[in-house]
Design a protein. Structure first.
Length: 214
């Protein structure tokens, strides 16, 4: 109780919220995933064009790669791993060509990996500022895809590294082109690279859930 007889909780609650927000903002990449992904997390699994088995395997591949790669790449490397429908994207920085090849070779031994796009750069690790900027670009690209009503935003995986946006997903050529055009229009995007598994329009229709009453 304070001098006015009111509980302290009522007065400290706004301060507690402010402290919590400040703590969350110290991890920008975590906030990005919470803000963009959290609101639609329940719908993503069912709207995903991968099978549930493929979604599970992608998570397993990513976890295994994240455990193995640091031992191969070395302490000064910065390697990101993304897996979509068992196709792996490697981005980030390593010290030399041998490390780049060794990382790819190690990831290729993981069960379930079907192909690898090795986009690792031979350079020093990117700065925190650069990674924070990439996280923000990813957020803006995802939001822009959601705003584009002619495509399904949940069908795309977005990865940003040093201003280059990588788009993954099972999409038609039309959807892939629309998404690439949308991404290019986002501020901060320097380049867009498409790493898609293309579907025909007939294959896409076969993946659509039946309409109610039919």
């Amino acid at each position: 109780m304070n001098k006015t007889g009111q509980p302290f909780a009522r007065h400290t609650r706004p301060l507690a919220k402010a402290i919590l927000c400040a703590a969350l903002l110290t991890s920008l990449s975590g906030c990005v995933e919470m803000i963009v992904g959290g609101a639609v997390m329940g719908a993503v699994a069912t709207a995903d064009r991968r099978t549930l088995g493929a979604q599970t395997e992608d998570k397993t591949i990513t976890v295994k790669a994240e455990l193995r790669v640091p031992k191969i790449a070395g302490p000064d490397a910065h390697v990101n791993i993304a897996s979509f429908n068992r196709k792996v994207l490697l981005t980030g920085e390593v010290s030399d060509a041998a490390s780049k090849a060794n990382v790819e070779r190690e990831v290729r031994t993981i069960e379930g990996v079907q192909s690898i796009s090795n986009e690792l750069e031979i350079a020093g690790p990117s700065s925190y500022t650069s990674r924070s900027s990439d996280a923000l670009v990813t957020t803006k690209v995802k939001a822009s895809l959601v705003d584009m009503k002619t495509i399904s935003a949940t069908s795309f995986k977005v990865v940003t590294e040093r201003g280059t946006v990588y788009l993954m997903g099972r999409v038609t050529e039309r959807e892939g082109q629309v998404a690439a055009d949308v991404a290019r229009g986002v501020s901060g995007v320097q380049k867009v690279i498409k790493i898609f598994e293309y579907l025909t329009e007939d294959e896409l229709r076969a993946l659509q859930p039946p309409k109610p009453g039919l």
